[in-house]
Design a protein around this ligand. Structure first.
Ligand SMILES: Cc1cc2nc3c(=O)[nH]c(=O)nc-3n(C[C@H](O)[C@H](O)[C@H](O)COP(=O)(O)OP(=O)(O)OC[C@H]3O[C@@H](n4cnc5c(N)ncnc54)[C@H](O)[C@@H]3O)c2cc1C
Length: 494
């Protein structure tokens, strides 16, 4: 059977699009098959009543202008695209138990000062902990970040910068919790570090790899958090545009139902009955969806081993609100984390996340209005086996409870709401095609840093995986790394 493309990518999430654009930029023929109507997946958008809501992500790393870790900037540039971004002066305003309120300023010294004011007896430990995170970041930022499974690249990068590589190798098996306890004793401050990790890794510091911590805790002050004008969906739209300009193709409404790898390539079956062939296929579906739904059984032993070490994280209950602008006082920050009781950090609907992207780009909402997107971890099991009316009632009650908690930050919020859309783990599963609507893999126990995360190869030589269930995990800049690595690896095999 003739090949329809040299490489096919299943899914137009940011991981899939970065892999596809990297291949297209190298002159390889690429076809992306996306089941939904627009690209972006968890970094997509939807519009209602004049509002443009981000589906998920809105605290965006990787958009800096310097170094090598600004992978979103670099992925766009590879296909001749760039986006106007708005710098966010504060990454997160934390509202934590016992009145612990800390703002993570873009300015590193301002952040250390504010945290040190709250824990004066730990001032030097705080600096030493975050300074060590900078050491990790400097190592990452000194090398070109490409595939760890392409040996010529590994040799080349090692001889270019042996100090940075050895530095990173040292941190690879470590966790943020180990690092933090080296310098910090105060239990409340260690809980704060747990939250610093949880808010992007959805696990506390002991289960968060030190390399990811070094990246996040430093890049927010180096490249900074920058919001793309027009909304997060612009990233995927720009990547898709650049892909097509470089000869790649993208088909929407193309749901892949089976991937059949063989010695020469992979046969791709679509829901409409079509069969396509490619020399290499990259799946941007999660590894669970790829191996449980697309690739015929039995499950390869390496995938089982990974599942023994990592489990799916919860999904989210998401409430997208359009509100009257005057409910937010002047000087409100864009991103907030709210938790009333440390015992509920990882609980169902425990930690509350809030993004107000219209503070950075007012054009996402009608004049005089703001978007308040709030979400909280929730398991699919909590939403199953309900009649349609019971499901609706539970959705309404959960949204009201979430909004009531936010009233503490913004009194009058519930009265200011004009538009409200509620998504549950069922919504995330349905629209994002992700098993149980999961946010991604989390370690079952204390991991050895990043050592256990699978890279892009699979047991089938012509089938690869990209996205947040591959190294280094969740987040747009992380899946962009996975996309760079995968594109580079697949190109090397062609
Ligand atoms: C509520 C929420 C908030 C978040 N906040 C942030 C944040 O502030 N900052 C940050 O950096 N990250 C954030 N994230 C995480 C980030 O959005 C994800 O880690 C990242 O977008 C995942 O990208 P991906 O390419 O791995 O997969 P996905 O985004 O899941 O994309 C996979 C794509 O594959 C398609 N697909 C799946 N199966 C098939 C099939 N069989 N056939 C065809 N197409 C298929 C899907 O439709 C989808 O478009 C958030 C996520 C959520 C859910």
């Amino acid at each position: 059977m003739a090949m329809d493309a040299e490489a096919m990518v299943v899914g137009a999430g940011i991981g899939g699009l970065v892999a596809a654009t990297q291949l297209a930029a190298k002159g390889i023929s690429v076809l992306v098959l996306e089941k939904y109507l627009i690209p972006g997946g968890s970094a997509g958008f939807f519009e209602r009543d004049g509002y443009r809501f981000d589906v998920g992500a809105s605290m965006i790393f990787g958009f800096g202008q310097q170094g090598t870790t600004n992978l979103l900037t670099r992925a766009l540039a590879a296909v001749g695209e760039s986006l106007v971004t708005v710098p966010d002066p504060v990454q997160i305003a934390y509202h934590l138990p016992n009145g612990l309120a800390v703002r993570v300023h873009r300015d590193y010294e301002a952040f250390l000062q504010e945290l040190g004011d709250r824990f004066p007896h730990e001032r030097s430990g705080i600096r030493r902990f975050y300074d060590e995170c900078w050491q990790i970041f400097r190592c990452l930022n000194a090398i070109e970040l490409l595939s760890l499974q392409e040996y010529r690249y590994l040799f080349w990068v090692f001889f270019q910068n042996p100090v940075a590589c050895l530095g990173l190798a040292r941190y690879l098996p470590q966790n943020v919790g180990d690092l933090a306890r080296r310098y910090i004793r105060d239990p409340e401050l260690l809980q704060f570090i747990d939250m610093e990790c949880y808010c992007w890794s959805v696990v506390p510091a002991d289960r968060t790899p030190a390399i990811n911590g070094g990246m996040v805790f430093s890049d927010r002050h180096y490249g900074g958090i920058n919001y793309p004008k027009g909304g997060v969906g612009q990233i995927a739209l720009a990547l898709a545009r650049g892909l097509e300009r470089h000869g790649g193709r993208i088909r929407y409404g193309a749901r892949v139902t089976a991937l059949l790898p063989d010695r020469e390539g992979v046969t791709v079956r679509l829901a409409n009955g079509e069969s396509l062939r490619a020399k290499r296929v990259i799946s941007n579906a999660t590894r669970w969806d790829t191996f449980d739904r697309l690739v015929p059984l039995p499950l390869p032993p390496s995938e089982q081993q990974w599942r023994d070490r990592y489990q799916p994280s919860p999904s989210f209950l998401s409430v997208h609100l359009g509100v009257k602008a005057d409910v937010l006082p002047p000087g409100t920050d864009c991103h907030h984390i709210l938790l009333e009781d440390w015992a509920h950090l990882e609980a169902e609907q425990g930690t509350v996340f809030v993004s107000i992207p219209t503070l950075l780009d007012p054009e996402l909402a009608p004049p005089g209005r703001h978007i308040v997107h709030t979400f909280t971890p929730s398991w699919l099991a909590h939403w199953q086996h309900l009649s349609p009316s019971a499901y609706q009632e539970q959705k309404t009650a959960a949204a009201q409870a979430l909004i009531a908690r936010l009233e503490r930050l913004w009194p009058g919020l519930s009265q200011a709401i004009e538009v409200q859309e509620v998504g549950t783990p069922r919504t995330h599963r349905r629209f994002l095609g992700r098993m149980d609507g999961t946010y991604g893999p989390i370690p079952r126990d204390r991991p050895w840093g990043l050592v256990g995360m699978p890279l892009n190869r699979t047991p089938f030589p012509n089938l690869f995986c990209v996205g947040d269930s591959t190294f280094p995990g969740q987040g747009l800049n992380a899946v962009a790394f996975s996309g760079f690595a995968c594109g580079h690896l697949v190109a090397s095999t062609l």
